[in-house]
Design a protein. Sequence first.
Length: 438
Amino acid sequence: MTGVQNEASKHRTDASSFEVLLVCDFDSALSSRILDAYRFFQATPRIVLARRGGSMSVDSRLSVELELVPGRVKGLDATSVAGWMLVVINSVLYVLYAFILGLKLIVHRTKVQIVHAHFIFPQGLFGLLLAFMLRVPLVVTAAGRDVNIIMRRNRLVREICLLVLRRAAATIAVSIPLQESLRNFGVKNTVYMPNSVDFDSIPPVDEYANHSSLLYVGSMTRNKDPMTLLHAFELIVRATPCAQLTMCGDGPLMPLVKDEIAKNKLEDKVKALSFVPPESLSEIRSRTPIFVLPSRSEGLSLALLEAMAAGQVIIVSRIPSHVSILKDEETALFFDVGDEVGLSRQVQRAISERLLGQKIGSAARQLCRSEFSNSIVARKLELVYLNAIRERNSYSSPRDESILSTSIEKPSDFGNVQLVPWCALICSKLCFHSAFDR
């Protein structure tokens, strides 16, 4: 393993450490933010990180071994035969590499004690195969799109997802509405545990920043609905000509976003940035007092939590995941999904009513510190791991139930699962999802 243990763990013995295999198939910036929570574990985690894409820098305070997984396909034309063939080939490689990685870990006698997959499909399937080979428990985090869109889109994919979730020791839902959705699918082993951020590393908004500056951070997809924000901004600049909008993120709607900016001659008002390094995003956030997230559905956006930590004025769509953590007029300003006029009015309020904006930003910052900081959530995640490991090893000591919102049933033995026949069936369906960014 490479890396250095965090400062809080220097004096602990090896008995207080454990090894987790993390399937975290996101971009480098998001993967790094997820990894950061492990610095706050009481035990010393050693992490094997399996992800697609290129290499990434890892915090030197963590002990991380990076395993790069082949099969990343981005920007394919899904209507072309060649495009579909490439997606199928890369999807098959992605699934089969779980076996290769499992064999590698077995040969190297890597003592992984738990597998944690972020996103149910296909990462959860990848994790299930690894957990089966290594004979360790599986934890799956449902992020939002996997439950709200993918599981509702295709019956076969839904059954594959349910197979994964039923064999998991615990399924983490990042919001209460998402947990309810999982229960509606018949998933019982759910734990509510929100996403979290490194609160102390996020600088607050500069009090001298341009108070008519807006920030959007998120993928350029229909689910995130950046077009509603753009149309609302056209109304905003009529009332406030000095207003500025920065949009950070990439996705299939980026060409449409740029065309809309050019069509309305907003090039001097709107910046659309497809890639922003974390340090640059932090600087942009510190000089942008207003954060807007017009999503049609969400799990729990990390960008939203970072905006709260910075004390930005939060303006969000009225969807269950937002309503479950924020209060209108107290920690955020709400508007109805797709309501361009309602969004523009709330932005105008944030610009003109400075005291209201300061109150909302301060309250959102305190909420993030108390409920969504890594130091708070990491301990809950560690307890989920330890409970799953104890159950798998048939320890006699009782589980810690303090962070479980519902009872967790012990999954059936992995040995009873006929995984190989499923893999042949799964590979034919992976192509419908691997080409799209999550």
